[in-house]
Design a protein around this ligand. Structure first.
Ligand code: SAM
Length: 214
């Protein structure tokens, strides 16, 4: 399927209770697969560094990891900045069991975040928005819970590279322009760029990062 058809599907897709239960069950099961769903990440990986750089000084700040899985990113950020308050939200309670102590967890869907408006100073989502099905709603929710002036980072896969990996039926990848457009509805500054795992290795086009200031 090419990315334009994909986009069309994404715009009409619905996270029905049945699909939500299927996604949840799938990730509950994946939580036992430590090789493909690791609970740690090398802090030198560029995905980690870029988010950290974009979020800036986190001392005394409240930060949300959206679709946190086992909390591997929040684990690193908390070690770097113990004075920040980290929250991890995920649809899979089994994933949340692996989140280290000291990081608050909440089970729920990013399409309906269980937090008040402007509750967080910053939020980020790594390879999780691609599973949200109702993408516009999830982007609106992430932006809703971040304060004006707060920072948002999203890392996901590039729709122009669709087909490179096996994907479940509900997964969607995004073009730079598509997610920029959605973020611009809520944020005053939005940019995007291709990234690779290592800063000194040129990006091969699979991963994109979107950085926004609300
Ligand atoms: C590929 S994993 C990435 C986990 C983590 N962000 C990381 O980089 O290690 C995708 C995660 O998104 C979660 N997820 C899927 N749909 C979700 C939704 N609607 N709301 C919140 N989390 C969701 C899954 O349970 C899973 O933990």
């Amino acid at each position: 399927m090419n990315w334009k058809r994909l986009l069309h599907h994404a715009e009409s897709a619905q996270l029905t209770p049945e699909l939500r239960a299927r996604i949840q069950a799938s990730f509950d099961e994946s939580s036992r697969d430590e090789e493909n769903f690791p609970s740690t990440i090398d802090p030198r990986i560029y995905h980690v560094k870029l988010i950290r750089e974009h979020l800036g000084d986190l001392r005394g700040k409240r930060v949300l990891d959206v679709g946190c899985g086992k909390g591997r990113f929040a684990r690193v950020f908390r070690e770097q900045e113990p004075e920040a308050e980290f929250w991890g939200l995920d649809i899979s309670e089994e994933m949340l069991r692996y989140v280290p102590e000291g990081i608050h967890t909440r089970a729920g869907s990013m399409t309906e975040l269980p937090f008040p408006d402007a509750h967080f100073d910053a939020a980020y989502a790594t390879e999780s928005l691609e599973h949200a099905v109702e993408i516009e709603k999830a982007v609106a929710e992430i932006c809703r819970v971040v304060k004006p002036g707060g920072r948002i980072a999203i890392i996901d896969k590039n729709a122009e590279q669709w087909g490179r990996l096996e994907t479940p039926g509900w997964e969607r990848w995004f073009t730079r322009r598509e997610l920029e457009r959605l973020l611009k509805r809520h944020c005053r500054e939005v940019s995007s760029r291709p990234i690779s795992y290592w800063e000194d290795v040129p990006p091969d086009g699979l991963f994109l990062a979107w950085l926004a200031v609300k």
